[in-house]
Design a protein around this ligand. Sequence first.
Ligand code: NAD
Length: 504
Amino acid sequence: MSETLYIDGAWRPAISGETREIRCPADDSVVGVVAEAGPADTDAAIAAARRAFDGGPWRATSAVERGDLLLRVADAIDARRAEFVRAETLDTGKRPYESEIDMSDIANCFRYFGKLAAEDAGRVVDAGSPDVDSRIVYEPVGVCGLITPWNYPLLQAAWKIAPALAAGNTFVLKPAELTPHTAILLMSVLDDIGVPPGVANLVLGAGATAGAPLSSHPDVDLVSFTGGLATGKVIAREAAATVKKVALELGGKNPNVIFADACDTDERLAAAVDNALNAAFLHSGQVCSAGARLVIEESAHDRFVDELVRRAEQIRLGLPFAEGTETGPLISAAHRDKVHAYVERARAEGAVIRTGGEFAHGDQGSGDLDQGWFYLPTVIDGATRDMACVHDEAFGPTVTVETFRTEDEAVTIGNDTEYGLAGAVWSGDAARARRIAARLRHGTVWVNDFGPYLPQAEWGGFGHSGVGRELGPSGLHEYREAKHVYENLRPGVTGWFADRGEQL
Ligand code: NAD
């Protein structure tokens, strides 16, 4: 029986006794067996989080103490980095090098919110009278339900847990069912450094069973979700019944807009193509902010796309620990089928598959690809705005290519998405790049770059990419309630209603 649920400061099996095998998507090997929670387990975790919020020692901690605790979490992740890296690598199939980067970013996220916890404690408001003390104080929201996806398992959880704890909340985390191991390790870190029972809780299992109570239960005050648009809509609907605070980080279909003057020399072309390659194929495209729409000025199209195809064909797929591997598999067989169906639809709609468009087979020198869920990097040329491949998020190693002639057209295409998570503009003309950046309706816009994010900078989406922001000061405010305290220092008769001196 697997005791991997962490509820009320103790490790437990699922009440039903059910378990789930976790498999590495690179070779389908079993990498662990974990408890499969059901709604009763999640209810127990919510009850523990409620008790810890309403009573217990946690509410009495100061922001400075909570900040210090987060800094210790960061140090503990650093100290146990090898364990975290191995667990993330086995669950996701990404290279240890990429997991290393994730772990550094996660430690930095805890450090950022650790330092922010005690800053910005509120503000004094001028009420217009020396006899009034009016101030805004920030308080925790309460019990937070945190639901996260499988592509950056611990990173996405850290973006929620760090600010939730910094603000003084308690939480129940439900990570993606396919990638639970780093969340288990993080709970053991929180346990080791003495987070009081019930403050941090972990349930593992399927979304519809283990996750669903987090958006419907009346004792949850806030639900913060990162994942697909369809699931986000279900969660928002469920949460409405009890008027929870809702934060949603959903998908993206992110344009990478490239002007000819960004690739008018060999050096510039190499830089723009190289970045477009990373934008599309990093983590095999399983990135919410992937540059999955290449939007290129018509005059530069042929040269640019020829070069992109040449580079895409050189990408070395392989097993995560094999030397020479540059990117790994898709997360599951089902997900690979979904990506392939998307490519087939693009083909049927008249787009041209310049390279890829099929499962990867054989051994490119970095392990047998037939054992896992590998898909070839795919360039879909001749895409137009009416095609599904241009609008739907494939969440795989595919990039569509559209062309434009004018600045206005570039902006129209770049904004033609229901999403609005991220986008980029490349131009050798700084003024033009700024003009375009100002007109793109996305939560993050890169200029002559693609991909960087900073813990100090807000992350989130316009449109259907979500509600609210993670990271930055706004990422902390998501987990706070603002309370106005108005203190009258000289209470007296207001005279609003006349006192007529009559006896009752
Ligand atoms: P998903 O929506 O299938 O699942 C996400 C999480 O929600 C999982 O933990 C899942 O178990 C849970 N879940 C599913 N149904 C649920 C329900 N009814 N109630 C409660 N929980 C439920 O998404 P995924 O396939 O794991 O992740 C891929 C998606 O995540 C992509 O669309 C991607 O763009 C998005 N994503 C967005 C960001 C961002 O910052 N905006 C970051 C990473 C991933």
